[in-house]
Design a protein. Structure first.
Length: 151
């Protein structure tokens, strides 16, 4: 399982002109992809990393100025989860990506849903895209801070 995490000030995903998922304050855009042999262990690892990675400025020891780094979980920051099979593209040969490493929809959809549920169990507010749809993502990157996480 893979996730690309983008720290954002806001993010939204639209399908056919309709906003299906949106976060309106600083948080994370998480593009999540699954491969054939992923299961509960990978779901738990990815969700924990998304929730607990210390990639935000946090309050200093005096509760005031930013100091230590904080996680989404520490700050109550929201996460927009978007399924992304293209994270498993293989471009080592030729000019056309191979998608063979990406799990098919019937395998990947429940895994992405499980990541969303695991994040919610971590106390994270989660918005989502729509699995399998052509999505348009609008976001304001913060930093930018972009991190690849693998489980």
């Amino acid at each position: 399982m893979r996730a690309v995490l983008q720290r954002v000030n806001r993010a939204a995903v639209r399908v056919d002109g309709e906003t299906v998922g949106e976060i309106t304050r600083p948080g994370l855009l998480a593009l999540v992809g699954a491969t054939h042999d992923d299961g509960p262990e990978q779901v738990a690892t990815i969700a924990r990393k998304i929730a607990e990675l210390r990639i935000f400025d946090g309050p200093g020891d005096d509760g005031g100025a930013p100091g230590r780094e904080a996680s989404a979980s520490d700050l109550g920051a929201p996460v927009l989860v978007v399924s992304q099979f293209t994270l498993y593209a293989d471009v080592r040969k030729g000019r056309r990506p191979s998608w063979n490493a990406a799990a098919p929809g019937p395998v990947a959809a429940p895994l992405v849903d499980a990541v969303v549920e695991a994040l919610r169990r971590h106390g994270i507010e989660v918005a989502t895209g729509r699995f399998g749809a052509h999505m348009l993502i609008d976001m304001e990157a913060d930093g930018p801070v972009t991190i690849l996480v693998e489980a």
